[in-house]
Design a protein around this ligand. Structure first.
Ligand code: ARG
Length: 298
């Protein structure tokens, strides 16, 4: 049954009652063989057409892949496809899920921009080959939904945070919630530079989150504060230029983050997290960093 949460009292109750969910142990990354900036579909891409250094991108990508391995995650690699320069951002084309019986599922995205729509079937094929149950949104009623770019699992709980406003529409979440039978806490995005939830909201563990507050409405911030006793706020420069909130904390302890986020790193350390800096400079030109370059899987 679909359950959409917009009020903090309900959220606190739902969080208390939510079933636990294992932390993901695997990631899927798409090789940057065909990564480049060829069009502008977010403000970060402006002025960057044709500027990607492919060799540097490959090297940066490999360092990130190795960090995930170092943290004990199994990394699946999928070859990038010609004609899809954004396919390397593998968080966007689907939303994976593991049900209480341990069965694996994936809900396929409806990409917002024309240029990215045909990335989705490659992921569909991968899921098919790996034994996932596939689910689809009704394209008659839903215009867009960009997977894990906007829909982020609460760490180890069967609750989903759903961002909407730029790449996913609010209506999509009724269907998302119904498909997986999980409650969805809605967060409206209001700052164009933070066009996906994963650009301004990074779950660290059950109690902690890293956010960029101006990306949210007052109601959204109230929900976040009601759910997380520890809310780390990224300063503007680190959030906007370095994509600090697009970090990834797969295990509730270790945070992989774009290098140079000094204030955020200080706060992470103070709260008991270890940070691992990587250079995602070539990918920042396209409006992406660590979190969107991988899909968390179980
Ligand atoms: N150029 C890509 C786009 O605009 C970047 C996607 C980054 N992904 C993310 N989850 N933030 O679609």
């Amino acid at each position: 049954m679909a359950e959409i949460i917009t009020g903090k009292e309900t959220l606190v109750q739902v969080l208390k009652e939510a079933d636990s969910m294992p932390a993901p142990r695997e990631v899927l990354m798409v090789t940057p063989s065909h990564f480049s900036v060829e069009y502008v579909i977010n403000p970060h891409m402006e002025g960057n057409i044709g500027t990607v250094d492919k060799k540097k991108a490959r090297w940066q990508w490999e360092v990130i892949r190795d960090k995930f391995r170092m943290l004990g995650l199994r990394v699946h690699e999928m070859e990038g496809e010609p004609g899809f320069p954004d396919m390397v951002f593998s968080a966007n084309q689907s939303l994976p899920y593991i049900d209480p019986d341990g069965q694996k599922h994936a809900l396929m995205s409806i990409m917002h921009s024309e240029q990215r729509k045909d990335e989705v079937p490659y992921f569909e094929q991968w899921y098919r080959q790996h034994g996932y149950g596939l689910h689809y949104l009704d394209t008659n009623g839903i215009t867009d939904f960009e997977g894990m770019g906007d829909a982020i699992w609460h760490f180890k709980k069967r609750i989903l945070w759903g961002g909407y406003g730029y790449r996913s529409s609010r209506q999509a979440y009724e269907a998302v919630s119904g498909t997986f039978n999980v409650p969805v806490a809605l967060l409206e995005l209001v700052h164009p530079a933070f066009y996906h939830l994963d650009t301004c909201f990074c779950t660290l563990n059950e109690e902690s989150v890293l956010i960029y507050p101006p990306a949210f409405t007052q109601e959204g911030l109230e929900l976040i504060h009601a759910a997380f006793p520890v809310v780390i706020e990224a300063p503007e420069k680190e959030a906007q230029e370095l994509f600090a909130c697009n970090a990834c904390c797969p295990d509730g302890k270790n945070v992989i983050i774009q290098k140079g986020c000094q204030e955020v790193n200080k706060a992470l350390k103070k709260n008991g997290f270890a940070f691992h800096e990587v250079d995602t400079g070539e990918f920042l030109k396209s409006g992406g960093s660590v979190f969107c370059m991988k899909l968390m899987l179980w």
